[in-house]
Design a protein around this ligand. Structure first.
Ligand code: 0A1
Ligand code: ZN
Length: 866
């Protein structure tokens, strides 16, 4: 580290701000090469005393500073690399500053920067300090007035938050727009966009009859790709009215698409900024999964208007207050719009493959972290997805109606305030009249809890006793915070059917609060198979898993889609993990697999159930038993695929024909389900001997959509001859080189080919004209895809995969610290792997030795190696 060891910030040190800002008037003068920012802050001392004024500011060139109209001399203030300090200020005053910034050379994509031909901002979490001097913390809420001046031709569109209250033409081909946001907000929700963008417009009428203009701004060439985002936005707005009673609070809602963006999207008040990959859609550039992802991200950002913007976070340790809750809200939205079962299964698969691994590794942290060096490193699956699971558990414990009352109470009580996770739980306590103090432990306890279960059936008394013990291996058996409070949505399958509980339903929600607890069920006519976590009612692991006989019962007879899917996953996983292959178990598995194929499950759910557990999930399971051997996992999975392929060879051919979609492409549930089954069949056909992959050539040639094209290309690239692969790679690029997002998919296709030499391919592609080191989507699609989604290449025996990732991280870490730190993530799991522990650690040490390491990367490396 160049400037000494970066400072750790602790949650326990939180202090309310010394000053509040009632209003900020911002003036931007955008010129080629530099921008001048004038800020006038109406400031009030909030805590009596004589504390100096300390403002955050990074990479700003200070040109002037004045208080109440009087310029300050240099001796009146001091400037450090990250602050402006004025030691003597009155209790109420106007502070005026003028700074110069350089968006054109801002490669960090935080603050104001240039992407393609536009200027845009990213201020969460601490980007506003790269725009002007300000108390850049979420508990300082102010009214923002923003004036933007720029060249009329280069930047015909000038946007900021709130309402446009004035605009006009100026001399020298320049023009101006004045925006006023009537809602007080923290600086992280500020946004500005200036550029030459096309606008696609629509209207939404709120339930009380108020029209809202909806505008999506994109590059002219992308004008035709906005319809899906607009429809998704309208559905989200309606859903929030219907489910949460929340009606949009301005007359305008803008979405802007930018190509260079570190994350998916950002919920700036009334001016959401999106990564192009999360908003632009058409059958040729978007997959089925992409359509669904766009809908859920549009919804997520819209829902933040209340969970995040109207009620915001007191400090960044409370990030899950807005993120966990908003992920829960967007998941419920998707479940209501589409299939609840499929959505739950997808979310649990993601949580297990990614969050469980994070929670078991060196970067584990509570949903509400206790300390950080760089907050950008905490936009994690723990804060987002586990945070959402915590909210979901409240929903399960309290029931939908009480939860909804709690949410309404939360939005009403804390409107316009910056609050904490505890305040959220308080609202739920008020609505339910329940004591949730033990439940709060979820916010401070890292690690995935383990439930150890034993069942005891007594036929004479028809009584079944289920004993559940909870522990948390990551933090030791005697966890610091004590046992957690969690809902178990239990069912019992008796004689091939779910038993009706005394409540009349087949599920009983029981509450686990003790380290060890026994639940008793009477009137159980024969030995039951317990379904422990219907709907995955708590984010835990369960041991022991049901045995194969029990899994077969659950797969066939339980009435919960998650339990059926989970049983199928477990069954396949146990078979792949068996130390010796045994014909009898294999044929029993194939028999069960065939039954699912022949079942009347809806197509999307059937596809989910038939897709074997991912290598990531299998790796997480392996890590519970010892070290992970990714090559053995891959080989075992491939072997099982081969078996399934051969056993059902005829069915796969038949399915490939049967599930061909003849109607024009639309991302409807029916078509998506059929394509999923067809592509599953195509994948299995690649493992049968008799085929020369002609079906894949045909699929590509006749496709009218990206989902089919990628499925076909994957068959040819992963299973074809060298010639077939090379031809496909070339043809795909020639066909789609004009569409950046499709080119990204093309990069990923090559980066995820499960073969050693994907490392060399990726290394070479970094020099391809389609690659751009400064663009996060390209980095993620190429190097990120190899490291995160190609275990065979990444964990190559000679360590070339690790070296390639590390070289990339080192190359970008100064220019874009956030991206670099995020990309390091696969290396942080190094303790899990039998293969290459030393090599992986060696690469982390190589990064650690760099002397001008960014704060972001420093923190990740330090916490990992500690
Ligand atoms: N709040 C956004 C995520 C986000 C976070 C940080 C960003 O820049 C570093 C950008 C976006 C969300 O949850 O969608
Ligand atoms: Zn969010």
């Amino acid at each position: 580290m160049r400037d000494g060891v970066p400072q750790t910030i602790f949650r326990k040190d939180y202090r309310a701000p010394d000053f509040s800002v009632e209003q900020i008037d911002l003036y931007f003068d955008i010129r080629a090469g530099y921008t001048t920012v004038r800020a006038t802050l109406d400031m009030v001392r909030a805590v009596p005393g004589h504390a100096p004024l300390v403002l955050d500011g990074v990479e700003l060139v200070l040109e002037s500073v004045a208080i109440d109209g009087v310029s300050l001399a240099e001796s009146d203030y001091s400037v450090t690399p990250e602050t402006l300090v004025i030691s003597k200020v009155p209790d109420r005053f106007k502070l005026e500053t003028q700074v110069r910034i350089a968006p054109e050379t801002n490669t960090s994509l935080e603050g104001l920067y240039r992407s393609q031909s536009s200027y845009s901002t990213q201020c969460e979490a601490e980007g506003f300090r790269k725009i002007t001097y300000y108390p850049d913390r979420p508990d300082v809420l102010a009214l923002f007035n923003v004036t933007i001046e720029a060249d009329r031709e280069a930047c015909p569109v000038l946007l900021s938050n709130g309402n446009l209250i004035d605009s006009g033409v100026l001399d020298n081909r320049r023009h101006r727009a004045v925006w006023q946001d009537p809602w007080p907000k923290p600086s992280y929700l500020f946004a500005l966009v200036a550029g030459d963008l096309a606008c696609v417009e629509d209207t939404f009428v709120t339930r009380s009859g108020k029209p809202v203009a909806l505008r999506v701004y994109v590059e002219e060439k992308d004008r035709d790709f906005c319809a899906h985002a607009i429809e998704s936005l309208k559905r989200s707005m309606r859903w929030d009215e219907e489910v949460y009673g929340l009606e949009y609070d301005l007359e305008l809602f803008n979405i802007v698409a930018v190509d260079d963006f570190n994350m998916g999207a950002m919920e700036n008040k009334s001016l959401n900024i999106f990564n192009t990959s999360c908003v632009l859609a058409s059958p040729d550039i978007t997959t089925d999964a992409g359509y669904q992802r766009i809908e859920s991200i549009v919804a997520h950002e819209y829902f933040h208007n209340f969970s995040g913007n109207r009620v915001t976070c007191r400090d960044w340790f409370q990030l899950s207050l807005k993120e966990g809750f908003t992920v829960f809200r967007d998941a419920e939205f998707t479940s209501d719009m589409h299939s609840r079962g499929v959505k739950r299964v997808e979310d649990v698969a993601f949580l297990r493959a990614h969050q469980f691994a994070e929670d078991a590794g060196p970067l584990a942290h509570p949903v509400r972290p206790d300390s950080f060096i760089e907050i950008s490193n905490f936009y994690t699956t723990t804060v987002y997805e586990k945070g959402a699971e915590v909210v979901r558990m409240l929903h399960t414990l309290l029931g939908a109606e009480v939860f909804q009352r709690g949410a309404t109470h939360y939005f009403e009580t804390y409107d316009g305030q910056a609050v904490t996770c505890d305040d959220f739980v308080d609202a739920m306590e008020v609505a339910s009249g329940r004591d949730l103090s033990q439940f709060r432990r979820w916010y401070s306890q890292p690690g995935t809890p383990l439930l150890t279960v034993t069942g005891d059936y007594d036929g004479d008394s028809s009584r079944y006793r289920l004993t559940v013990e909870q522990s948390n291996p990551a933090v030791g058996v005697a966890s610091e915070v004590g046992p957690l409070h969690m809902p178990l949505a239990l069912g019992l399958v008796v004689d091939g059917a779910p038993m009706t509980m005394p409540s009349g339903a087949t599920t009983a929600v029981v509450e686990l609060t003790e380290p060890r607890q026994t639940f008793v069920f009477d009137g159980v006519e024969s030995e039951p198979v317990p379904a422990l976590l219907r709907g995955f009612s708590a984010p835990v692991r369960v041991s022991p898993e049901p045995d194969i006989d029990q899994l077969r019962v659950l797969m066939a007879a339980d009435d919960d889609p998650f339990v059926r899917w989970d049983a199928a996953q477990s069954y396949a996983a146990q078979l792949m993990e068996a130390t010796v292959a045994d014909d009898e178990s294999e044929s029993a598995f194939l028999d069960a697999y065939g039954q699912v194929m022949a079942s009347d499950l809806d197509p999307a759910m059937k596809a989910q159930t038939l897709i074997l557990p991912s290598e990531d999930y299998l790796a997480d399971r392996a890590a519970q038993r010892g070290l992970v051997d990714v090559h053995s996992i891959h080989e075992r999975r491939e072997r099982l695929k081969q078996m399934i392929a051969r056993s059902f060879a005829e069915e796969w051919s038949e399915w490939f024909a049967r599930y061909a979609v003849t109607a024009a492409y639309e991302p409807s549930a029916e078509q998506i389900g059929h394509r999923a089954l067809r592509h599953l069949a195509a994948d299995y056909l690649c493992y049968t001997d008799a085929i020369d992959l002609e079906f894949a050539e045909h699929l590509y040639a006749h496709a009218d959509n990206l989902t089919d094209r990628l499925a076909a290309a994957r068959c040819l690239i992963n299973h074809g001859s060298d010639l077939q692969r090379e031809r496909m790679v070339e043809r795909f690029y020639e066909d789609w080189k004009q569409q950046a997002l499709v080119v990204n998919a093309w990069l990923s296709l090559q980066a995820t080919r499960p073969h050693d030499d994907a490392v060399e391919t990726v290394a070479q592609l970094r020099n391809h004209p389609a690659f751009d080191w400064r663009n996060p989507n390209k980095l993620r699609s190429l190097v990120g895809a190899m490291a995160g989604r190609n275990a065979i290449a990444f964990h190559r025996a000679d360590g070339a995969g690790y070296t390639l990732l590390t070289d990339t991280v080192i190359a970008i870490q100064k220019a874009n610290p956030q991206m670099a730190a995020g990309m390091l993530s696969p290396l942080t799991r190094f303790r899990r792997y039998a293969h290459g522990v030393d090599l992986m650690r060696g690469q982390l040490e190589r990064v650690a030795a760099i002397d001008d390491l960014s704060r972001d990367v420093f923190e990740v490396v330090q916490r990992t190696l500690d």
